[in-house]
Ligand binder design. Structure first.
Ligand code: THU
Length: 132
């Protein structure tokens, strides 16, 4: 787990967050054992900004991987940072309900929840099955 934390803490340093001044780092572990990292990238046209989790997911997919086994998100806040609603759905695309998401502060506080706890009732492929 500390390799995952180290990656998230390190990539957070590269966050581009001049508008919120809230830098976030995310790291994803996959079934191959690799770790993919991403940081938030804000934009002067605010809605165009992207979250740290989205960056890590993009790096994972670009490397040819699809199966998330663990997630770590860190910010310099007083309480552990939780993935936003949109990022929960993005993570659920590649992470099963039992995957642990560790939410952390740079000060060392950690909170662990599963994907199923973070996104109960998640919309998934089964919901797109046609009615008989
Ligand atoms: N942010 C993330 O990158 N990940 C999260 O889990 C929560 C929020 C970013 C988006 C925006 O750049 C900044 O934090 C403030 O919302």
């Amino acid at each position: 787990m500390s390799a995952l934390r180290d990656a998230a803490v390190a990539v957070r340093e590269n966050a581009h967050a001049p508008y919120s001044d809230f830098q976030v780092g995310a790291a994803i572990a996959t079934e191959s054992g690799a770790i993919y990292a991403g940081c938030n990238v804000e934009n002067v046209a605010y809605p165009q900004g992207t979250c740290a989790e989205a960056g890590a997911i993009a790096a994972m997919v670009a490397a040819g991987e699809r199966q998330i086994t663990a997630v770590y998100v860190v910010a310099g806040s007083a309480m552990p940072v939780t993935p936003c609603g949109g990022c929960r759905q993005k993570l659920a695309e590649f992470a099963s309900g039992g995957v642990a998401v560790t939410m952390a502060t740079t000060g060392g506080i950690e909170q662990v929840m599963t994907m199923a706890e973070l996104l109960p009732g998640a919309f998934g492929p089964a919901h797109m099955e046609p009615s008989s």
